[in-house]
Design a protein around this ligand. Sequence first.
Ligand SMILES: Nc1ncnc2c1ncn2[C@@H]1O[C@H](COP(=O)(O)OP(=O)(O)O)[C@@H](O)[C@H]1O
Ligand SMILES: Cc1ncc(COP(=O)(O)OP(=O)(O)O)c(N)n1
Length: 275
Amino acid sequence: MHIVTTIAGSDSGGGAGIQADLKTFQELDVFGTSVITALTAQNTQGVMDVLPIEQAFINKQFHALLEDFPISAIKTGMLFSSDIIRTIALAMTNLTIPLIVDPVMIAKGGETLLQQEAVEALRNNLLPLATIVTPNIPEAETLTARKIETVSDIRLAAQSLLQLGVQCVIIKGGHLANKDFAVDYVFFKNGKSFSMQTSRIATKNTHGTGCTFSAALTAFIGRQMPIEQAIVEAKKFIQLAITHNLSIGHGNGPTNHFAYQKFKESCEVTIGETQ
Ligand SMILES: Nc1ncnc2c1ncn2[C@@H]1O[C@H](COP(=O)(O)OP(=O)(O)O)[C@@H](O)[C@H]1O
Ligand SMILES: Cc1ncc(COP(=O)(O)OP(=O)(O)O)c(N)n1
């Protein structure tokens, strides 16, 4: 059994954060473990409050896992503060476990999940240790201090992130103004790149899409799947989770983690260039 870890915040509403990650891990046949960085009082309508966990206790959770389990992949989600980021980065130094960084910054409702002052720590302390980083467009803009409007802007932003030492950058196009398609752009350190296109699902139930995508990627990497195949398979997982989204709650409902196993054979991802 492959064992993977999510280092992230708890979403009491169950659609994002630790809860989304563990549901995804379970669906993909990996054993999920967790380090909780913050509690959120949250539902489909928004984040009401955030309670960060003390650094020393975050460290204890992480070391409890490292001492007992042969972890095969780790992902980070909501890290909230520069102190928490530095704690995780320090614990990751000298580990050779693949690290997937989802640079969560702002919730769908606009609430802060990463303090402004923590962006530098994310760039300087954690990204150099990352195997894959998965920003959405606003996150890529913040991390690179560049406006992103075109595919050429996406390529320049990815190159700037690769220069920090990240092995692979996936810039997610969920926030692009494309009515028909959801296109993500993948760039590797060795110069290889490709785009992944699926049909855009017209729904408001997209709470936790970023968390679910990066958790699926972590599960596939943890299962030792080759990296390009893991990225495409994670795109299929999120496409099916959004297609079969759940209309629960009064706001932006969650995605459906149970759809992939049932429908994976029927999901098409079109691979293209990044021009
Ligand atoms: N309406 C949609 N239909 C299909 N795929 C989507 C849709 N919205 C987002 N995605 C996909 O979900 C994944 C997460 O993207 P995004 O929503 O940009 O991340 P985040 O939740 O971090 O903002 C990406 O693969 C993106 O292309
Ligand atoms: C605890 C917690 N972590 C992360 C998020 C953001 O999740 P994301 O997948 O980016 O989804 P939306 O916030 O865009 O729905 C969160 N809300 N809570």
